[in-house]
Design a protein around this ligand. Structure first.
Ligand code: TNX
Length: 550
């Protein structure tokens, strides 16, 4: 009896071992992966082989291996054995720019792609595998695998709101590192809003010197913003990681900070949202904003500008009394305030197209008058699926970022208090993982017009870096797999075990992340003000919960 149990135990042990080896610890899960025999020994004798075309990628790999595993590895023009090669191949059948092959075998690791972007994705996979192995006397053993991979979506985005609270260059770079780790490739940067204007504009210095003062929780906080040099540095850092940076300059609403600096362009507001809008009735407003966008265009090579255009009705009541707006309405025959809003958005969209940029905006523009050409709608109102349907039917490209489940300012658990809940709803990593649902992907035109998905981190109630980490991790991993892996290959249980093994890496990087599997290990950290029950007011949340905004 004892003998039999022992045999069973031993058999079980080996079965588990074998099983463990079959699992490739990668997030997002690749399209195809086949386990091979043997392993590759990565050591300081290993060389990275790459021709001049892809030298920068070799240097990136070299730098990351040193940074994370302390391995100092040479680059070389050729090598006979124990090397990692990066090669661009001509495979016309593969149209996806991020397509790559990664083959790990006992004497070499080969990464092949048709585009540098694909090589970068292959490098990210390799680094993820390397970082999960322990280093023993400057040696890492890597199991042999053959991987072929490409994403389902070209847009795999994360948005950070730095107007409400400012997190700074180092935090942003750290986020970009994690985006690269998870193969996310669009960083949408919400740089202007009510509390603060965070991007230096040389033609209008008061935008940052005056408009940069204050945050959502402290209206007197010293001016915080990015200089143009800072922006260039971050854009270059992102570019090295094949991440496009998309600036958002919100207009005509959410303009309070700018209006503090240059009140002559304000269109006023409402009692609850004073000085909320730019003035659509004045010609000078269009010149002012276009001049701002010219500087923005030069700083961001992504050739995409997000103009917000959300929630204008929160604070445009003053337009009813404003002389300039009233005379515009007469001369252009605009019958109501939504028509004025549409007129404004159309003119600014034309300025953006004149700069040879794509126009990006929140889903309010679907009811406006913009052409679909070079225009992408960000569908955020999860409770209004008809807007998504309408956008697709009209022929707009769409990025899916519905509040539920892709607003990461929502709490991760019912018991959490810092963050939003929509009528009691919160955003668990599982609902992120399961996105997008079949109802969405089966919509007419979804296949051709949906560019991808994005999570938005609004920061009214996120006041510091730890609270930011707590909202982003580990949901970012679920986002990555939802954006990359075809739904028929997704498997929540298998993902969960791969996810747990990433927690060590989060800890090693000093992140304060939420651990959904051991909640006591990561309690919410509240600021003293939050502990006293003085959570920063979040107008949108209050209104939503009362059901007054839809
Ligand atoms: C809605 S999404 C907003 C933001 C808020 C967010 C809070 C959108 C286009 N506007 O201004 O920060 O809700 O979750």
């Amino acid at each position: 009896m004892i003998k039999n149990s022992l045999i069973l135990l031993v058999a079980l042990f080996f079965a588990c071992q074998a099983n463990a080896q079959e699992v490739l610890p990668l997030i997002p899960k690749p399209l195809k992966a086949a386990k091979q025999t043997g392993s590759f020994t990565l050591s300081q004798q290993t060389q990275i082989v790459a021709n001049s075309e892809v030298k920068q990628l070799a240097q990136y790999l070299q730098a990351e291996l040193l940074r994370y595993q302390g391995l100092s590895i040479r680059t070389a023009d050729k090598a006979a054995e124990n090397y990692i090669s990066l090669t661009l191949v001509n495979n016309r059948g593969k149209k996806n720019a991020a397509w790559y092959q990664l083959a790990i075998s006992p004497n070499k690791i080969e990464i092949k792609a048709t585009q540098p972007e694909g090589l970068f994705a292959g490098i990210s996979s390799l680094l993820q595998l390397v970082r999960q192995q322990s280093v023993n006397k400057k040696v890492v053993e890597l199991a042999s695998w053959e991987i072929e991979d490409e994403p389902i979506y070209a847009w795999r985005g994360l948005m950070l709101d730095e107007s409400r609270h400012f997190f700074g260059k180092e935090k942003v770079k750290q986020l970009l590192d994690w985006m690269a780790f998870y193969k996310l490739n669009k960083f949408h940067w919400h740089l202007t809003d009510q509390p603060g204007w965070r991007i230096e504009i040389k033609a209008f210095p008061k935008l940052t010197l005056v408009g940069g003062i204050g945050s959502h929780s402290d209206s007197l906080a010293k001016a915080q913003y990015y200089t143009q040099e800072d922006i260039k540095e971050i854009v270059a850092y992102a570019a090295q990681r094949y991440i496009d940076v998309i600036p958002e300059i919100d207009m005509p609403g959410h303009a309070t900070a700018a209006n503090k600096a240059y009140p002559e362009f304000s269109g006023g507001g409402s009692p609850k949202y004073p000085e909320f809008t730019f003035n659509p009735g004045k010609e000078s407003t269009y010149q002012y904003l276009t001049q701002i966008l010219r500087e923005v265009d030069v700083l961001f090579p992504s050739q995409m500008i997000h103009i917000g255009a959300d929630e204008v009705h929160f604070g445009n009541q003053h337009w009813n009394k404003d002389e300039a707006v009233q005379s515009l309405m007469k001369s252009k025959n605009l019958k109501d305030l939504p028509a004025v809003e549409a007129y404004f958005v159309k003119r600014m969209a034309d300025s953006i197209k004149d700069l040879n940029n794509e126009v990006l905006a929140w889903d309010e523009i679907v009811s406006g008058t913009l052409s679909t050409e070079k225009t992408t709608v960000f569908w955020w109102r999860h409770d209004k699926p008809e807007i998504l349907k309408d956008a697709l039917q009209k022929g707009y490209q769409v990025v899916l970022c519905p509040r539920l489940p892709l607003y990461f300012d929502f709490v991760q658990e019912d018991s959490h208090v810092v963050g939003r809940k929509w009528a009691g709803n919160f955003v668990h990593w599982q609902s992120v993982y399961q996105f997008p649902t079949k109802e969405i992907t089966a919509l007419p035109n979804a296949n051709t017009l949906i560019r991808g998905i994005q999570a938005n981190v609004w920061t009214e109630v996120i006041v510091d870096a730890q609270q930011l980490d707590y909202k982003i991790f580990p949901r970012i991993a679920a986002l990555a797999e939802a954006a990359w892996t075809p739904s028929q290959l997704k498997d929540q249980t298998a993902f969960e075990s791969r996810l747990k093994s990433h927690f060590k890496l989060f800890t090693a990087e000093g992140l304060y992340f939420f651990n959904p599997f051991n909640q006591k290990a990561s309690p919410e950290l509240l600021t003293p003000a939050q502990r006293k029950g003085l959570l920063p007011d979040n107008e949108a949340q209050t209104a939503a919960e009362k059901g007054t905004i839809k």
